[in-house]
Each structure stands twice: as structure tokens, then as C-alpha cells.
Design a protein around this ligand. Structure first.
Ligand code: NAD
Length: 465
């Protein structure tokens, strides 16, 4: 499905009219195309800023960026015709909100020179949990305010960016160094074209677990992955991106989608398995095929999903129950097998489970009580799996797509579709590849310190942020 409005406002006379009328002007986003994983990480030089208490950590970040052959600068001078590819703002040492002024205003002074699809990335520290135990240690309010302040700052910066540029943050738990592999992996992802539709998000790096891939361009070499709902849409793209990143892939879909599934899997030299994920023995059948074909299974992507929209007042038991069965009961049942110690993980690759949530599960959505209950359930399931998965040496995470252009969203009424597209900071829907890239990152060895999280891939949609 294509977004005709986006194409129109980026061409000739219609662009001028849209500008004059103050209409939304979504920009084409820089993406990593299949054969061009070697494209530069950023579309220009990278400026590293910090507050005065974080200069040591900013030096370490700058050294890392240099080691990736980026043009790294520590001052704001730039040639007249040059544009910043990215600005990284290191705020890990903040102890009082007042310390934010200097790096914030410096960032403001360079934003007009940010390249199209440029990046702003903050690095900061975790604030205290939402509900500290009343009997726990007291928390000093000023550092807590400073750390939590970055959250509001970053999300607002992201809303001010234009021309496909995005703003995101990595939030480091105390004790996690800026040089730890998941911080470096996260930074690479957020700087790159792979994160095109991730905007206004903060991703927590909880530990220094994870390993640096031998080859950043093919980090999943040696991994075996299963993707459910692989015949079309997001699932088909996940298959393609995981294969591009080096994985061998097993694709699952219902028998009715068998022909499309074969076409998707043949294109990447993968294996097709016709299977309904609601079957009691679904996990065992997947494991049997993966082990007999590849010897092991490392990554599980719970992507299969259905819509059965109805206002609750008109909802039928069939629609409510069928949706819960596919979208949440099936992943829950399969994880009893997949999250058990010794099930996932070969020699080379740590276990990973990545599940599809949705912004509807965060904000709620009219007509989607069943869907939102299931997708919020995915977020809860993912948090609960973090502990058991870390004991297997792995992680469980989720992605929450906003409006993505697929056959599923093609069924959304036209007006609602236009509203969903334009009410994000990037003023457009995402593409299946955008979700697939986020899943591939969370599945990668360099994301081992990110666990129990839900990453939104929604262009900073206004709902439920
Ligand atoms: P889609 O309808 O295009 O594809 C879903 C696939 O899942 C289909 O191939 C379908 O045959 C398969 N499937 C359905 N029931 C199955 C079952 N019981 N067993 C095995 N396979 C089954 O959907 P999509 O838009 O690509 O969405 C993929 C996932 O992303 C879903 O979980 C969806 O809820 C989620 N999501 C999508 C969007 C979006 O905007 N498209 C937004 C948020 C979340």
C-alpha cells in the first residue's frame, strides 16, 4: 500500500502548495536498502555534546564513534554548506536539572543544520522506578529530577525535528558504562538508517550483557530464527531482514497462506512450515523442524496476529476469543517451551524472544478492546520473561508498531488511515521494514543488555506516548 499524499507533497507544484497552506509535509525517510548495508552510518559529521559532569564519558563515546570511521566533532563549527549527520548528547553525569541548560541550548543552536533524516541521540541514566518501595532506600530528588527530565526533553526535541530527522535516547542503568556493548550497539542502531521510523523513544540498557558481533553488517551469522505469520506484511519483511543479517530462517504461517509463505521463504533460502500457532503442539513442531534442519533454534519472533475490530457493545464472543487465542494465548503457550532453560541457543548465539505488541496496547484504541488487551498482554508477558530469559543467557523484548503500511492496515477506513498517518512526528506511516529492523536489532548479540523492554516503532505517534 502506498501513501499517495507523501509522494505528492514531495514533488513539484504540490510541494509549494502544501508549504503555503501549512499542510503536513512528510519527508521521505533514509532507509537501509537490502543490498546497501554498507551505506555510511550517518548522513554527515557527528557532533558529541555533554553536560560539564559527563565530559569523560563523552570522550569515550567520541572515541567509539571515531573507531567506526565517523567524522566526529567536539565543537559546533561547521562549513557553510555542511549539515550535521547526528548530534549525540551525553548526559550520564547529570545530578541537577540546571546542568541540562548548556548542552540543551548548544543542541538548539545547531538543529537548523541537521541533515535530512539526521539524528539526535541522548545518553542518560535511569531515574528511580515509578513506585519505589516505601521501605526502600531514600532517593535524592535532584538527580532523580535531572535524570527523568531528560525524558521530557528528548521527547520534545523529537517533536521539533523536521525532514525525517529523529530524536531517541539510551538510558543506562547505574553501573552500565557508555562503552558497554549494548550501549554501543544501541547507539549504532539509533544513528543508522535502520531506525528510520523509531522516534521520540527511550530504550533502557539494564546490564552490560551482550557480545560484539564479529561483523556489524551480519550480526546474526550462525543464528537460527523462527518467524510466525511470515507469509506477508511485517513477518515477511522480518524474514528478509534476519536473513540479510546472516540468520537461517524458519517461517511459519497458516496452511491457507502456504503459497505466499513458500515464496517468501524460497527468496531467502529459508524453510516454510505450515502451522497454526494456536495448535497445542506448535512450539514442539517448530523446535522439531528447526533442530532437524539446522541443529538448534536461537531466536523466536512472535509476529502472527489478527484483527477482529468491533465496539465492545457489539462484540461477539467469537471475535473476542479468536483474537486472544492467536495474539496472546499462543505466544504465552509457546513460551512455556521456548523460555525453558536449554531450549533456545546454539553455541554462537544467545537466546532471544521478540514479540509484536502495538501502540494500541499502550494507548488503547476505539473498537479494539480485544486487540489492545492482547497487545498490552504482550508487554506484560515480555516484562515477566526478562528474568527467566536472562537466566538462559538471553533476552525477551517487544516492539510496538504504530501505523505500518500493510494489508492489515489497508482494511482501516480511509479517513482513519489518513489521521493515523499524519498524527505522528514523522507525519507518515511506517513500512514493514522499519519494524523488521528494530526486531533484528533486539535479536542481535549486541543487544544483550536490553531485556524486558517494549520499543515503539511509530514515528512518535501522538497516541499513548
Ligand atoms: P498481516 O495481517 O499482514 O500478517 C499477519 C500474518 O499472520 C498473516 O500472514 C497471517 O496469515 C498470519 N497468521 C494469522 N493468524 C495466524 C495463526 N493462527 N497461525 C499462524 N499464522 C497466522 O499483519 P501485519 O500488519 O504484518 O502485522 C504483523 C504483526 O504486527 C501482528 O501481530 C500485528 O498485530 C502487529 N502490528 C501491526 C501493525 C500495523 O500497523 N500493520 C501495528 C501494530 C502491530
Amino acid at each position: 500500500m502506498s501513501d499517495t499524499y507523501l509522494e505528492l507533497v514531495n514533488s513539484g507544484p504540490a510541494a509549494a502548495v502544501a508549504k503555503k497552506l501549512g499542510l503536513p509535509r512528510p519527508a521521505p525517510l533514509r532507509r537501509t536498502d537490502a543490498d546497501a548495508v554498507d551505506q555510511p552510518l550517518t548522513p554527515g559529521p557527528v557532533l558529541v555534546l555533554s553536560d560539564s559532569a559527563s565530559t569523560g564519558e563523552a570522550d569515550a563515546v567520541a572515541a567509539d564513534l571515531l573507531s567506526w570511521d565517523l567524522d566526529v566533532r567536539r565543537d559546533t563549527r561547521l562549513g557553510d554548506h555542511d549539515r550535521w549527520g547526528a548530534v549525540v548528547v551525553v548526559l550520564t553525569g547529570l545530578t541537577h536539572p540546571a546542568q541540562l541548560s548548556e548542552p540543551a541550548l548548544t543542541l538548539g543552536s545547531v538543529l537548523r543544520k541537521l541533515a535530512p533524516s539526521g539524528r539526535v541521540v541522548t545518553l542518560s541514566r535511569t531515574a528511580p522506578p515509578a513506585l519505589a518501595a516505601p521501605s526502600g532506600d531514600d532517593v535524592d530528588p535532584a538527580p532523580a529530577a535531572a535524570r527523568h527530565g531528560v525524558d521530557g526533553f528528548l521527547r520534545s526535541v523529537a517533536k521539533e525535528l523536521r525532514a525525517g530527522a529523529t530524536g531517541n535516547g539510551l538510558v543506562l542503568a547505574d553501573g552500565v558504562e557508555v562503552s558497554s556493548v549494548s550501549v554501543r550497539g544501541g547507539l549504532r542502531f539509533l544513528l543508522s538508517a535502520r531506525s528510520a521510523f523509531v522516534d521520540g523513544q527511550l530504550l533502557t540498557v539494564g546490564t552490560d550483557a551482550g557480545t560484539e558481533p564479529a561483523d556489524w553488517r551480519r550480526p546474526l551469522t550462525g543464528a537460527v530464527a523462527v518467524v510466525t505469520g511470515a507469509a506477508r506484511g511485517i513477518g515477511a519483511e522480518v524474514v528478509r531482514v534476519l536473513a540479510r543479517d546472516g540468520a537461517q530462517v524458519l517461517g511459519v504461517d497458516v496452511p491457507a497462506a502456504g503459497e505466499a509463505l513458500s515464496a517468501v521463504m524460497n527468496a531467502v533460502g529459508g524453510t516454510a512450515l505450515q502451522l497454526d500457532v494456536t495448535a497445542d503442539d506448535a512450539a514442539d513442531r517448530i523446535l522439531d523442524v528447526a533442530r532437524s534442519r539446522f541443529g538448534h533454534l536461537d531466536l523466536v519472533v512472535h509476529n502472527a496476529g489478527i484483527l477482529r475490530d468491533k465496539l465492545l457493545a457489539n462484540m461477539t464472543p467469537e471475535k473476542f476469543e479468536a483474537l486472544l487465542a492467536v495474539n496472546i494465548a499462543a505466544p504465552l503457550r509457546m513460551n512455556e517451551t521456548f523460555a525453558a532453560p536449554g531450549t533456545l541457543g546454539g553455541q554462537a548465539v544467545a537466546p532471544r524472544i521478540v514479540s509484536l505488541a502495538s501502540t494500541s496496547g499502550i494507548a488503547g484504541n476505539r473498537g479494539q478492546t480485544n486487540y489492545a488487551a492482547a497487545k498490552a498482554g504482550i508487554i506484560g508477558m515480555t516484562r515477566a520473561l526478562a528474568g527467566p530469559m536472562s537466566r538462559t543467557g538471553g533476552t525477551a523484548n517487544a516492539v510496538a508498531p504504530g501505523f505500518i503500511e500493510t494489508d492489515m492496515t489497508a482494511t482501516v477506513p480511509a479517513v482513519a488511515r489518513q489521521i493515523a498517518r499524519r498524527t505522528s512526528s514523522l507525519q507518515q506511516g511506517g513500512l514493514p521494514v522499519d519494524v523488521a529492523e528494530a526486531i533484528a536489532f533486539l535479536a542481535s548479540p549486541q543487544a544483550g543488555g536490553i531485556n524486558g523492554q517494549t520499543l515503539r516503532v511509530c514515528g512518535q505517534m501522538v497516541v499513548g506516548q
